[in-house]
Write a protein that binds this ligand. Structure first.
Ligand code: SAT
Ligand code: MN
Length: 580
């Protein structure tokens, strides 16, 4: 196979001349090809089979122990001008970045195969979808991209019909953390990644393309590329509302997107459209619509069990690639909080012992086709996407943020999104559990200056009067003993129901300086065994803490200087005054 597309053929040729692979394979995306790649990896020993009785067609990949998460300090936006990238990104001049990368790529694929992976982010037939081609020397990347994207011939045909495409070049190199970079060239729609084989560093369709490059494209073309799950909430009357929700990595997007309603709400249903990324467009009627550019879940494994996420637990019993989990002695995958079985081998392939740390790495992942999910929405494949009723922001905050509150306007909602802060998780290298600002949960993923990004968000109010309502939630409040105050998981449905009732104007709320909070009795928690004082604290605000928060948030906003949109500054001022 090769291509009629001159630009693509020339680029493949040019990359091959630089990296000098032994051979070049064009991927067609077929199931046969997937099986062949799996067999090749089994022979090489980079994949191992799991118990085929209990876990048919499941495999385990162990990455290099130094290569287990995204590396934000080695990730760069290489726009022509540094201001475009903003302080929220690392920046390198494009020429300098290319020179550095050319040095690393020089001959790096000698003795290896270079795979040409054409892919489409989003349904093949959707006008909102965008294509890319990843050149990689990693078979692991190929099999993951097969599940993660619409990969192969259909995507290539779209490109050959004239679609522009994102060029992604990836080599695992020597997996040396000292020789590892993830570079983005938004003006050229291209990505260069070297030295990592893991997750968002290497599966270039995901964070690199569908968020960093896409957010840049979206700004130019008038849409939004966001770090959001998409779910459909079907009420007992059969009506479905769609919600898009942004949380930082490893804060429960997958669990929320697959929520199973508690017994009391068994007539309700959640449909999953996506668990990580949403592309949002205004349609001709001014309705905001969402598609999920991905076709799989690349979810955090530890903590997944029949209670916390039944649908996810069931869907990873077959046809799943596990990365960095442990194993039982009968070769079943094992991870912390799985609740069944005992580990005998850890994620480094060593005999398991309590002293040597967890059996599964905290950022271990499953890769599984979205269609394996019993609650997969049929509309997830709809070219026109789904209409969004509510946008939800959230983070992991021990204190401060109430269980849920609603913005008073779109501008206010943008300010709330800009104010998202969260305790860090294992999804990225670095210290875990420290609060950091993570606007719209896009800190690691926004391909340009946050100040311009917020202006772009604000501009939507000038284009339509049908925008969704914006909310903020926090499932993670704790008491002084470190116990969670809210049960979370399935019980979060109660909060989603309130959100939908607010969208439909069915329930009144308590107006505070920071937004509308639920009245104590508008979310039924009578059967949850929550102390009434605790419940009151979850649906109220502590003025002192909020004054402190608004002051710190104000300093953060000021760091964007003259670029900060005036509307945000004014909104921030208005709320601070109301709290004073
Ligand atoms: O490693 S990924 O970026 O793909 C996963 C995540 O951090 O959300
Ligand atoms: Mn994510």
């Amino acid at each position: 196979m090769t291509t009629k597309n001159q630009a693509l053929a020339a680029w493949v040729h040019e990359v091959a001349a630089l990296t000098r692979p032994q051979n070049i394979v064009w991927c067609d995306g077929s199931d046969d090809e997937y099986d062949r790649m799996v067999n090749l990896m089994l022979e090489e020993g980079t994949l191992s089979p799991l118990n085929s009785q209990t876990h048919p067609n499941c495999y385990l990949h162990l990455s290099d122990p130094q290569d287990v998460a995204r590396v934000e300090h080695l990730t760069f936006i290489c726009s022509e001008n540094a201001e475009e990238a903003g302080d929220n990104n690392n920046w390198l001049a494009p020429e300098q970045a290319k020179e550095k990368m050319a040095g690393l790529y020089d001959g790096c694929m000698q003795g290896r195969t270079m795979y040409v992976v054409p892919y489409c982010m989003g349904p093949i037939a959707s006008p909102y979808s965008r294509c890319g081609v990843e050149l990689t020397d990693s078979p692991y990347v190929v099999i993951n991209m097969k599940l993660m994207t619409r990969m192969g011939s259909a995507a290539l045909e779209r490109i050959e019909r004239g679609d522009s495409f994102v060029k992604g070049l990836h080599s695992v190199g020597e997996l040396d953390p000292e020789r590892r970079f993830i570079m983005h060239f938004p003006e050229e729609l291209s990505i260069m990644s070297y030295g990592s084989g893991y997750g968002g560093n290497a599966l270039l369709g995901k964070k690199c393309h569908a968020l960093r490059i896409a957010s840049w494209q979206a700004r130019q073309e008038g849409w939004l590329a966001e770090h959001m799950l998409i779910l459909g909430l079907e009420s007992p009357t059969g009506e479905t509302h769609y919600i898009a929700a942004a949380f930082p990595s490893a804060c429960g997007k997958t669990n929320l997107a697959m929520l199973i309603p508690p017994e009391k709400y068994k007539d309700w249903k959640i449909w999953t459209l996506g668990d990580d990324i949403a592309w949002l467009h205004l349609d001709d009627e001014g309705q905001l619509r969402a598609i999920n550019p991905e076709a799989c879940y690349f979810g955090v494994v530890p903590g997944t069990n029949a209670k916390t996420n039944r649908n996810a637990y069931d869907m990873i019993q077959q046809n799943t690639i596990f990365t960095n989990v442990g194993k039982t002695d009968d070769n079943q995958p094992w991870w912390e909080d799985k609740k069944v079985g005992e580990p005998s081998v850890d994620w480094k392939g060593n005999p398991y012992s309590v002293e040597s740390g967890p059996a599964a790495h905290p950022n271990s992942r499953f890769t599984v086709s979205a269609t394996e999910n019993k609650a997969y929405s049929s509309l997830a494949e709809a070219p026109e996407g789904v209409p969004i009723s509510a946008i939800v922001f959230g983070g992991r905050r021990k204190e401060l943020a109430p269980l849920v509150y609603e913005a008073k306007s779109w501008e206010h909602g943008v300010l709330i999104g800009a104010g998202v802060a969260s305790e860090t998780t294992a999804a990225a290298t670095g210290e875990v559990g420290v609060v950091r600002r993570d606007p719209m949960a896009m800190k690691p993923f926004c391909g340009y200056n946050f100040a311009d990004y917020w202006s772009h968000w604000l501009s939507f109010a000038e284009r339509t009067d049908k925008l969704p309502k914006i909310f903020h939630v926090n499932w993670f409040r704790q008491n002084d003993e470190g116990e969670f105050l809210w049960p979370g998981f399935g019980e979060n449905l109660r909060v989603l129901q309130w959100i939908i009732q607010r969208c439909d104007g069915e329930v009144s709320a308590n107006e505070t300086a920071i937004g509308y909070l639920p009245n104590e009795d508008s979310i039924d928690v009578s059967d949850l065994n929550i102390d009434p004082a605790v419940w009151r604290s979850l649906v109220s605000i502590n003025d002192d803490q909020w004054r402190q928060e608004m002051s710190e948030f104000g300093d953060y906003l000021n760091s964007f200087g003259g670029k900060l949109p005036k509307k945000l500054r004014d909104k921030h001022q208005e709320i601070s005054s109301a709290l004073a």
